[in-house]
Design a protein around this ligand. Structure first.
Ligand code: HSE
Length: 421
């Protein structure tokens, strides 16, 4: 039986989950894939954490050279998170001919070019199934199962924390700040929640996913990003009245040959399959020219779901005779990316409740070609809250119209602009 040595860099949540799966599934993997996966080294400073998992203390080290210099270690799985030392350790491993497996979406999205070069130099494999949508096999679907297609769009809920928050706000009529506090208390959101709630985590994943979909490197600076921290229960409630659910979406699209990549909250029709993805679950909807729609759904985070994706990559890497690197073009320029996009919009504003205000707003919209689909108004105490549903228009035009509207004397504030899918 083929024996393959593995090193684990870190035993945090996902590292621990991976260790447990490698132990509990060892014999099943031998039976199904004909490979004996041996954990030969674990880089971890926290001995108590290792003891709690029942790790043999002889496997522990704090020196990456114990991994690099062991010729029996063929695969290095990384769980440190962040850029350094993960990046340097993985590049050194690749150059030494060891394949790498990582869940580190931030590092992978920022360093994929360096990692690819090191993998080519070391003739090693680069595996990152766990970096996007945790336990959901979206990377393998894109790289191994959809070659008969040109993919023209990917749209997904790729962050569990924000989906948990938005679901709870919608189901229980709560405000963002209250749900965030509870999510932090329950451990669903970090003490510093910015990576999730400001859309960074989704942006890292979208960079990786859209690079695979469109076979061109989609760097982070080409992705529009907006988080959920300004969403109020008022907007979620109004959305419900129109038949919409609010989700934080990661969207990659090819429009007239240009790549459009954006992360932002959006209203989707309740009939859209993504609307029923609730709580911490994730889902991705991919469209190929031949297969049509493909939807993948499951847990995007957690020790065992993400560990499941890591172990799948370890086994996959272990049985390859020759590693195949996914082909994409690194040679991209501004020309490859759309500098604007179109959408329908929901716009809520607060105005003085007096004659002629609506006409002035409609005129400001009209000046930029922004056309109103419907209006709902609620007036109270001399003020009115107005919701405009706007026909498809360009984002640039909508923003100009909103700025001009906000400068009108009778407009108190443009409170919210939400794209409608
Ligand atoms: N913080 C992420 C989430 C974990 O909430 O989905 C996986 O990236």
């Amino acid at each position: 039986m083929k024996k393959v040595g593995v090193a684990l860099l870190g035993l945090g949540t996902v590292g621990g989950g991976t260790y447990r799966i490698l132990k509990s599934m060892h014999d099943d993997i031998m039976a199904s894939d004909g490979v004996d996966i041996e954990i030969r080294r674990i880089i971890e400073r926290d001995v108590a954490k290792a003891e709690a998992l029942g790790v043999d203390p002889a496997l522990l080290s704090t020196d990456i050279n114990d991994v690099i210099s062991d010729p029996e270690i063929k695969i290095v799985a990384e769980f440190f998170g962040g850029i350094e030392p993960a990046r340097s350790f993985l590049i050194a491993s690749l150059k030494a001919g060891k394949s790498i497996v990582t869940a580190n979406k931030e590092m992978f999205s920022k360093c994929m070019e360096d990692l690819k070069a090191a993998a080519i130099e070391g003739n090693a494999g680069l595996y990152f199934e766990a970096s996007c949508v945790g336990g959901v096999p979206v990377i393998r679907a894109l790289t191994e199962s959809m070659q008969g297609n040109r993919i023209d769009s990917i749209m997904g809920i790729v962050n569990g924390t924000t989906n948990y928050i938005l679901t709870k706000m919608a189901d229980e009529g709560l405000e963002y700040a209250d749900v965030l506090k509870e999510a932090q208390r329950l451990g669903y959101a970090e003490a510093n929640p910015s990576a999730d709630v400001d859309g960074f985590d989704s942006m890292y994943k979208l960079s990786i996913l859209s690079t695979l979909c469109f076979r061109k490197h989609v760097p982070l600076d080409k992705i529009y990003r907006e988080g959920i921290s300004k969403i109020s229960k008022t907007d979620i409630e109004y959305g419900k009245r129109f038949g919409y659910t609010l989700k934080l979406l990661a969207i990659g699209k090819l429009t007239h040959g240009k790549i459009e990549a954006r992360v932002h909250p959006a209203f989707i029709l309740n009939s859209n399959p993504l609307a029923s993805v609730k709580g911490s679950f994730n889902a991705v909807l991919i469209h190929g020219n031949n297969v049509d729609d493909v939807m993948l759904y499951g847990r995007g985070a957690g020790d065992l779901p993400t560990g499941s994706a890591i172990v799948s990559d370890i086994v996959y890497a272990a049985v390859q005779d020759k590693h195949k690197l996914f082909n994409y073009s690194s040679d991209v320029s501004d020309e490859d990316f759309a500098d604007d996009f179109t959408s329908e919009y929901y716009v809520r504003m607060t105005v003085k409740d007096k004659a002629g205000v609506l006409a002035k707003i409609a005129a400001a919209f009209g000046k930029y070609g922004v056309s109103i689909n419907s209006v709902q108004q609620q007036a109270e105490d001399g003020k009115a809250s107005i919701i405009f549903m706007i026909h498809r228009t360009s984002e640039a035009a909508l923003k100009k119209a909103a700025t001009e509207t906000e400068s009108l004397n009778d407009v108190i504030s443009v409170d919210t602009i939400i794209r409608v899918i």
